[in-house]
Design a protein around this ligand. Structure first.
Ligand SMILES: C[S@@+](CC[C@H](N)C(=O)[O-])C[C@H]1O[C@@H](n2cnc3c(N)ncnc32)[C@H](O)[C@@H]1O
Length: 314
């Protein structure tokens, strides 16, 4: 099956340095850790809204920080104008979500703002969430998957959506308010350095996010760290199929630029394994494309649905 929803990064990629935002990555984990038992907005999110960086900050930024800044700037725009990346109109958005594997009834029950046309699969389709579980959504965007997870874990469960783009977090919070969702919170965070205590989470979900990360190995290490023994990770993501030369990667632009650093499928799965996960299974995979894809990527982008577990004892 070839699914053709909007591209995860949309039709345009911002130029480096167009808008400067202070990176949150330099902050120590302990300084911004929050407990999954503590609700409220005053934690990490409140302390880390981006602000314009100074020229000296620009000089000291690492490549990772620059990459995340570009991605953040792009998704800030998507949050206020989803037509950059997705079809216009409620019915088109519903059809797109259904093409990714969501059931029509569950999608129609969501607040309208939760559908922003992003994602490359449906991790909830295989996360097997249960009442009372604690779930984290890495790169929650407008909150669609976190809201759906919250319905599944119920009032005794807990869902935390994390995203590094303040505008997305605001959107997700507004959607949760509109739908009167409880047991859910949204916080600003970079997924390479998660503000969550060790061993606190039953299930991690993520949808088309880790492919954006300049350091996916760090993301998988963090995911492993915060899962309870026996906990699971259920992710949909994009990987590169086969070889893609450095030259091609460097020259990717426009709607294809976000895949410039994406891992080849085997490297992606190896990174999960190296983080410590076991019973890693690719439950489904299919070619993925979008309007305006760079011709050199045609047939080389795959959406994978991956499930993996933290060992019972490590
Ligand atoms: C393609 S969208 C997917 C959003 C959501 N998962 C969905 O399916 O609708 C990617 C999201 O990941 C977030 N993101 C990308 N890289 C990130 C990172 N390193 N740390 C935290 N969030 C990140 C972006 O801000 C954006 O909201």
């Amino acid at each position: 099956m070839t699914v053709r929803p909007a591209h995860p990064m949309g039709a345009e990629r911002p130029q480096a340095g167009v808008q400067k935002a202070r990176s949150t990555a330099a902050k120590g984990r302990n300084a911004r850790a929050f407990s999954v038992d503590s609700a409220g907005d005053e934690g990490y999110g409140a302390a880390s809204s981006p602000s314009a960086s100074r020229p000296d900050e620009e000089l000291t930024m690492t490549n990772k920080e620059r990459a995340n800044r570009e991605t953040r700037n792009f998704y800030a725009r998507v949050a206020s104008d989803a037509s950059i990346v997705c079809p216009v109109g409620d019915e088109a958005l519903i059809a797109q979500a259904m093409a990714l594997g969501y059931a029509e009834e569950e999608i129609r029950r969501l607040p309208k703002g939760a559908l922003v046309g992003l994602g490359c699969g449906n991790p909830l389709g295989f996360a097997e969430l249960k009442k009372g579980e604690t779930v984290i959504d890495l790169g929650c965007g407008g909150g669609r998957d976190a809201l759906l997870a919250s319905q599944r874990v119920g009032g005794k469960g807990r869902v935390i959506g994390l995203d590094m783009t303040p505008e997305m977090i605001e959107k997700a919070k507004a959607n949760a308010r509109e739908g009167n969702y409880r047991s859910i919170e949204f916080k600003l965070a970079e997924i390479e350095d998660l503000p969550v205590e060790d061993g606190a989470v039953d299930c991690i979900i993520s949808n088309c996010v880790i492919n954006h990360s300049p350091d996916p190995a760090a993301v998988f290490r963090e995911a492993y760290r915060l899962l309870k023994p026996g906990g699971r990770m259920a992710i949909s993501d994009l990987v590169i199929e086969g070889e893609l030369s450095q030259e091609v990667r460097r020259s990717l632009a426009g709607s294809s630029a976000c895949l410039a650093a994406s891992l080849e499928k085997h490297a992606y799965l190896n990174a999960i394994e190296r983080a410590g996960f076991q019973d890693i299974a690719v439950l489904a995979e299919h070619p993925f494309s979008w309007g305006g894809i760079d011709p050199r990527l045609v047939g080389k982008v795959t959406s994978v649905q991956v499930k993996a577990f933290r060992k019972m004892r490590s």
